[in-house]
Design a protein around this ligand. Structure first.
Ligand code: SF4
Length: 210
């Protein structure tokens, strides 16, 4: 079953048809939108997402919560003791690789990202999976710099807050849902029915088999 935070065919159907005059309003992880804001001061190259950022029927709102919280470049940080929902509930912490507790700063950044989403009346968000801030389906389990790297299901802190507030969130790996979005932007687009979302991949199903 698909996670509830992913927009469905029905969700896209009820959205107004976007145009250049009235574009689809999408919040993006800053790094997916071309901002130089990763922890090591680089940008990311996900062309399939960048095409959406630049689409004439999209109004993009990029925001990097970690840059807001700690600037760029910065240390790596990950969630210890749970996922983003657990951080919101005070049951898990965000720690930088030097052991500094960044929990308060990340909660403030999540609140700011939600504020941007609500003020700009975004209709969905596209966020970078795996990040302890922006991840939506899978994030690191504790410190990613310690081998072997381990993973956990669930969102990062900022994605968790957006999801709790009812905002639909897609990751760069949710190819089936991105197909629905592409068709919403270009009604002539023929859906690639072999595309799958991250939770449907062989890796995910094998890694998280209980
Ligand atoms: S994943 Fe989120 S926090 Fe990390 S660089 Fe991208 S926008 Fe910033």
């Amino acid at each position: 079953m698909s996670p509830q935070h992913l927009p469905t065919h029905t969700y896209f159907e009820q959205l107004p048809q976007p145009s250049q005059e009235i574009p689809l309003r999408i919040l993006f992880s800053g790094c997916l939108a071309g901002n130089v804001c990763t922890y090591e001061n680089t940008e990311l190259a996900y062309d399939h997402i960048y095409q959406i950022v630049k689409h004439p029927k999209v109004k993009a709102f990029p925001f990097c919560p970690e840059h807001y919280a700690k600037g760029t470049p910065r240390l790596l940080s990950d969630i210890h003791g749970g996922n983003g929902f657990d951080v919101l509930d005070g049951k898990a912490k965000v720690l930088a690789t030097n052991g500094e507790d960044w929990t308060r700063a990340m909660l403030d950044a999540a609140q700011k990202m939600l504020e941007v989403a609500q003020q700009q009346q975004v209709q969905l968000a596209i966020m970078l999976d795996i990040s302890g801030a922006c991840g939506t389906q899978t994030i690191y389990l504790g410190d990613r710099t310690i081998a072997p790297q381990n993973y956990q299901k669930g969102p990062g802190v900022c994605a968790a807050l957006l999801i709790r507030k009812g905002i639909k969130v897609i990751s760069q790996r949710d190819y089936a849902t991105l197909e629905l979005l592409t068709q919403k932007l270009n009604p002539a687009h023929k859906i690639n029915t072999t595309a799958i979302d991250h939770h449907q991949t062989a890796w995910y199903l094998d890694y998280f088999k209980d």
